[in-house]
Design a protein around this ligand. Sequence first.
Ligand SMILES: CC(C)(COP(=O)(O)OP(=O)(O)OC[C@H]1O[C@@H](n2cnc3c(N)ncnc32)[C@H](O)[C@@H]1OP(=O)(O)O)[C@@H](O)C(=O)NCCC(=O)NCCS
Length: 183
Amino acid sequence: MMIGRRVRLRPVEKDDLPRFVKWFADPEVRTHWAMYMPLSQTQEERWYDRNLNAGDTQTWAIDTQPADMAIGPWVHIGGCGYHNIDWRNHWGEVGISIGAMDYWNRGYGTDAMQTLVAWGFYTLNLNRVQLRVYADNVRAIRCYEKVGFTLEGRLRQENFSNGAYRDTLLMAVLRSDWGQVVA
Ligand SMILES: CC(C)(COP(=O)(O)OP(=O)(O)OC[C@H]1O[C@@H](n2cnc3c(N)ncnc32)[C@H](O)[C@@H]1OP(=O)(O)O)[C@@H](O)C(=O)NCCC(=O)NCCS
């Protein structure tokens, strides 16, 4: 379990999968992801089983307690994690989704990403954390900038969505930069 300021990250359980299915059924959530089709419960279960055995992947559920400082029940609001971890070169790629849309824009994504990056630098011994984000996802880009990610590259018209091409941005933060940006 990793504890952030407003969220905790914990391993995903099978009981969580129906919520991921529900969130990814929403086109508004999915438009920001490379995965353009909704996932069935069966596909989610296969993904879960694959992840359990993958040495380059770590997936976490994001929980929060709705009212700040409350000692109430934790609510599952999304997921995040590392994939494509390159253990030799000490870098990993991250992804995040706050699936519950009523939790967007309230700082949970930034806190979850800060917690995930700290885990990468201080526990996994990564030197570099990178991510890909579509150029029209201004909320996500702002969130990543607050965490300390900077723009490294632009893959022009790499993705086709809603009848038009859009650019994919490559952003990264190095361990030597980490801590210099305060959200
Ligand atoms: C992207 C995501 C993780 C961000 O998490 P979040 O909790 O919503 O974001 P935060 O509240 O921590 O930060 C969002 C920031 O973007 C800003 N923002 C939101 N909409 C914006 C807009 N249209 N233009 C500019 N800034 C915007 C917010 O004001 C906030 O910045 P501030 O704190 O400086 O005011 C979350 O919204 C999400 O999961 N979205 C759907 C899936 C997705 O996009 N995943 C990422 C794929 S790369």
